[in-house]
Design a protein around this ligand. Structure first.
Ligand code: MIG
Length: 733
């Protein structure tokens, strides 16, 4: 009944209050001049401002619109040069139908057309055969998305999805295009509904059609590293997460009571399996009311979290934006009294059905509302809850027909819902982050988000189906997020809906090995997925979890580097050899930082795997042999092909941290971070096969240095000769 009423009400309001958009024509170009730090281009219908930085960011502002959470970089004064304009190290030329941007060497990096203003606002740019086109946030698409159409509208996939499903929970208006080592990235500061025709209607064009304003975008050029550093200046840098969040996590919809959670923790502890955190899904609440615990099942929540704390395991609870409509329920009464809920244009509170039945929805775009809602997390923390899992924040709503989200006409503090829809989850995450980060590094796992979300939250890929093709797809979905600047990511290991065979589950654990989030989660109807539920294969499951555990210090260190630089942790292979077209076709391997590649086995019953490595010499981590180029490797169920680039330093946990050095023919210099509680030691190391200089000289936590490819003799550590037959230096802790 609720779903029918809501669907009717939504349609009624939308038909009454939603303006039909019709934008006035662009018209003729009248004048171009430099004014302050901008080039002003006047058309009959619009005044375009073009601004740019010294180092390869150019911003086009055609219209204003709702205020987006972005920060402008520092712009410099452009200079006119005949028909051209110099902006920093780029040149812009104005043509009869659009603009071109050339780099310092005169190569055209980007050519775009004047936008078309009609029912939608369409902005198009050129692509070429062989170009890589990627990004747009969370996409169940091939690595190169050219030839396809996408929508930017955060969407609950309704319980299960697989390859080609579109759109998904998180959309980011970020797109990378280019080839032969020359890449350009566009970021549109628009959080409304849009369609992206990526070379589908016209092989040589990508078109973004926005239904709402603003039309404002940043065009970024440079090396891939520098592109993502610059993007993060605009959208915000990834935050520095807590160390524990990288450890293995076990979840299920739902662990139903305290007893079950204790038994689960005991199961891990008694077998010595690493476990960082357990999740409580929606059934912990009292009738899906936020900030409550069901008294029967979790009446002893404080004791449970204490029991877990003693065993080093965190408890994370699911949180939803919906506030149950129930007079007398304090959260609801307060929200209503203080005007915190999203309303219809006529001032009525917008109610819609979701888990708690009819509910109201905080307007997280409003800073006061964020502060109010987030202050309630203190209660959860006082119960010993360490992390928060934000679900249903697209926002998702149960409907009888039509779009499963809020009415487009609903009103937020910064605009109509249709204009700012893609920011709803983003602002819910920001609410919790801003509050919690005053006392600690928060852990927030979110389903929805937008560009720049890694400054507040982690993202998982939602309700994936359990299938081999989705296992492969998931790697690419994660890489598209990376290529959109979203870096703290992961998936439901084993897929959400369904029960994987032991083989598929083990392969999924292996393929996700370096995802920042490493969490097993599954649907209500799925078979149990604790490591000991896999019978004869229990040992192989545990082996992978232990393997992951050994890499946690390294992944953590990469995450800290990424929070400093804005460069994503996980990268496609073309990142390191961008001018080799073959690298753009590798879609079943990925890099961790710039030092490691994993080529997981993602085919059923595989006995061999073809591996492609970028140029250079790589160590096979399993036997220290040097490999290069393309080759085929025999595999069994336990095989996890991992390759380390020569000149790399890898951190591994093994009852203390081991620093593994993989020397190249020259000296290499690396920087890494070792966590000690709330602080990180920044360590610099320079080394080749015989010489190691490490600074600071004593790094707490590192118990040994292991020199790989070592052929005997002495090693020099900070100028001191160390006798070692096997390349292992044990350090005094
Ligand atoms: O309507 O909380 O994606 O991980 O287990 C479904 C129950 C709600 C969707 C999430 C999933 C979670 C489930 N949730």
């Amino acid at each position: 009944m609720d779903v029918i009423n809501y669907s009717l009400t939504r349609d009624k309001y939308d038909s009454m209050f939603l303006p039909r958009s019709k934008y006035s024509d662009l018209g003729k170009l009248n004048e171009v001049r430099i004014q302050d730090n901008a080039i002003l281009v006047r058309f009959d219908g619009y005044d375009l401002r073009i601004q740019g930085t010294a180092d390869g960011i150019i911003k086009f502002t055609w219209t204003d619109g709702p205020v987006m959470p972005v920060a402008d970089p520092e712009f410099v004064k452009p200079a006119q040069d005949g028909q051209m304009y110099r902006i920093g190290n780029n040149t812009l030329s104005l043509e009869s139908d659009g603009f071109s941007i050339m780099d310092g060497s005169g190569i055209t990096m980007h050519r775009e057309f004047f936008p078309v203003f009609a029912e939608t606002i369409t902005h198009s740019f050129e692509i070429h055969p062989g170009d890589m086109v990627a990004g747009l946030g969370e996409r169940a698409a091939p690595l190169n998305i050219s030839g396809h159409v996408f929508r930017l509208w955060n969407h609950d996939a309704n319980g299960s999805y697989g390859p080609d499903s579109d759109p998904l929970y998180l959309n980011a208006p970020v797109i990378l295009h280019g080839h032969a080592g020359k890449f350009t990235l566009l970021f549109y500061a628009n959080a409304g509904d849009a369609t992206v025709d990526a070379g589908y209607s016209n092989e040589r064009r990508v078109s973004f059609s926005f239904r709402s304003k603003p039309l404002a975008y940043y065009i970024i050029t440079g090396s891939l590293d520098s592109i993502y550093e610059k993007l993060s200046r605009i959208t915000g840098k990834p935050y520095r997460p807590p160390y524990w969040a990288f450890e293995f996590q076990q979840s299920r919809y739902s662990y139903m009571n305290s007893r079950e959670v204790r038994d689960l923790v005991d199961g891990f502890v008694s077998r010595g399996i690493p476990l960082g955190a357990v999740y409580l899904d929606i059934d912990y609440m009292d009738r899906f009311k936020m900030f409550t615990f069901d008294n029967q099942r979790f009446g002893d929540i404080g004791q449970l979290t204490e029991y877990m704390r003693e065993r080093g395991v965190k408890l994370i609870t699911i949180m939803e934006p919906s506030v149950k409509m129930e007079p007398g329920f304090e959260l609801y009464d307060e929200g209503l009294r203080n005007g915190h809920f999203v309303r219809y244009p006529d001032g009525n509170v917008m109610y819609a059905p979701v888990w708690p039945e009819m509910a109201a929805f905080p307007d997280f775009t409003d800073a006061n509302t964020r502060e109010w809602y987030a202050s309630k997390y203190d209660f959860m923390r006082s119960m010993g809850i360490s992390g928060f899992w934000h679900d249903m924040n697209e926002p998702a709503i149960f409907v009888a027909w039509g779009d499963n989200t809020m009415p487009r006409s609903a009103v937020h503090s910064i605009g109509r819902h249709e204009e700012v829809h893609n920011l709803y989850g983003y602002y819910m995450d920001k609410a919790a982050y801003d509050h919690l980060s005053r006392i600690e590094r928060p852990f927030i796992l979110s389903r929805s988000g937008w560009a720049g979300i890694s400054q507040y939250a982690w993202i998982w890929t939602g309700d994936t189906e359990t299938s081999w093709k989705e296992l492969k797809q998931n790697i690419l979905t994660i890489l598209h997020m990376s290529l959109s600047g979203i870096t703290l990511t992961g998936c439901d290991i084993g897929g959400f809906t369904g029960s994987p065979t032991p083989e598929l589950f083990i392969r999924w654990l292996q393929a996700s090995l370096f995802f920042p989030l490493y969490r097993v989660h599954s649907d209500k109807k799925s078979k149990r997925r604790e490591p000991w539920a896999f019978g004869d294969h229990e040992k192989e499951v545990i082996d992978v979890i232990r393997l992951r555990h050994s890499f946690v210090p390294h992944i953590y260190s990469e995450a800290v580097s990424s929070s400093e630089s804005g460069v994503p942790i996980l990268r496609p292979l073309f990142w390191v050899e961008p001018d080799n077209p073959v690298m753009m076709t590798v879609d079943d391997e990925y890099m961790i930082g710039d030092s490691m590649i994993i080529a997981p086995v993602v085919e059923e019953h595989a006995v061999a795997r073809k591996i492609t490595l970028p140029k250079g010499r790589w160590y096979n981590i399993n036997d220290d042999r040097i490999v290069e180029g393309s080759f085929t490797m025999d595999v069994d169920l336990g095989t996890v092909p991992i390759f380390v680039r020569e000149g790399s330093a890898i951190l591994r946990e093994n009852n203390g941290i081991e620093l593994h050095l993989y020397p190249g023919s020259q000296m290499s210099r690396r920087v890494f971070y070792i966590n000690n509680g709330n602080d990180d030691a920044r360590v610099e190391i320079e080394f080749d096969g015989g010489n190691i200089a490490i600074s600071p000289p004593k790094v707490p936590g590192i118990k040994s240095i292991i020199m790989h490819g070592f052929s005997g003799g002495d090693l020099l550590l900070n100028g001191e000769t160390i006798k070692t037959g096997d390349g292992v230096i044990n350090l005094m802790l």
